[in-house]
Design a protein around this ligand. Structure first.
Ligand SMILES: N[C@@H](CCC[C@H](N)C(=O)O)C(=O)O
Length: 290
């Protein structure tokens, strides 16, 4: 880690919160241990994850996308692990780019490990991300908490999800530990697990246990996975009906609107807010136990 001052910002999307570290030329060494310390809610800045803001051309994982998207979201979970995609993160990332004057307001593209995502920053503060298509592997998955078990739907939004429809969100328990899932081989890289109840027509509520972060107050890719699973359950698959379908997904931190189109994938709309900016104390960074 470098000893010079490092700028950071803090932001959130429906209370899925992130430490944002601008590093255009990819000059910082951010090992998992440093990310975990920065995301620590008591001894660090605190966040569900970290958004490392790097020019695509300067990052080996993003170089190939540099012509289509100038900026790469190098996303990390709060335990320091790498994830393919973060739906709330990409909205907050776009909000940061606009605020910093690094992109024009309106439409932009962001490179992620899950591919290039098109983003629209609306004047009312909402940000819409085109998330691409969901994959629906046919594996049967069971999620268990306490004595209860549910059949879950395997949905891949670039990152892996298991969606379980439950009678009561309280049945997910305290989510302080990861729910068990089987067979483990379906998710060799781990999984994000969503628990869902119905609230009304095309309206659901969910809780999530995120891989690498624990229970969070929102998960954008999770909300998309839930909307897709609900549409299949409700016989409203746009590829069959030819009509787009929109679900409102309530999460502990707010609501997201998820629209699945017959041929162009999934749009997710919700707020994205920058709440603070500051400098990381280099002395703190250099003394790992403080
Ligand atoms: N909160 C995110 C998802 C972040 C990544 C996830 N924990 C994983 O490891 O796949 C979102 O808003 O999508």
């Amino acid at each position: 880690m470098t000893t010079s001052q490092i700028a950071f910002l803090k932001g959130h999307g429906t209370e899925n919160d992130f430490v944002i570290v601008p590093d255009p030329e990819n000059a910082l060494d951010l090992p998992a241990s440093v990310v975990a310390r920065l995301c620590d809610r008591r001894a660090g800045i605190g966040g569900d994850g970290l958004l490392h803001v790097v020019r695509s051309a300067a990052h080996p994982e993003a170089k190939a996308m540099a012509e289509d998207a100038e900026w790469f979201m190098d996303y990390r979970n709060s335990d320091g692990s790498v994830a393919e995609m973060c739906g709330n993160g990409v909205r907050v990332f776009a909000r940061y780019l606009e605020r910093a004057g690094l992109v024009e307001p309106g439409d932009l593209a962001v490179a992620t490990r899950g591919g290039v995502k098109k983003v629209h920053l609306a004047k009312n503060g909402d940000v819409t991300v085109s998330m691409g298509r969901a994959l629906l592997p046919a594996d049967g998955v069971t999620v268990t908490v306490g004595g209860r078990a549910w059949d879950a739907r395997n949905v891949n939004m670039g990152n892996p999800h298991a969606v379980a429809f439950v009678d009561d969100l309280a049945h997910a328990g305290d989510l302080l530990t990861e729910p068990s899932f089987a067979p483990a081989a379906v998710y060799p890289e781990g999984v994000n697990i969503e628990f869902v109840v119905d609230r009304g027509p095309r309206h659901v509520a969910m809780r999530v246990h995120e891989r690498g972060s624990g229970e969070t107050r929102s998960c954008g890719t999770g909300a998309c996975a839930v909307a897709v699973a609900a549409a299949r359950r409700d016989q409203a698959d746009p590829a069959r009906t030819g009509e787009p379908v929109t679900y409102t997904v309530d999460l502990p931190g707010g609501s997201l609107a998820i629209t699945e189109h017959p041929d162009s994938g999934i749009d997710m709309t919700g707020p994205a807010v920058i709440v603070a900016e500051g400098m990381i104390d280099p002395a703190w960074l250099e003394t790992p136990n403080e």
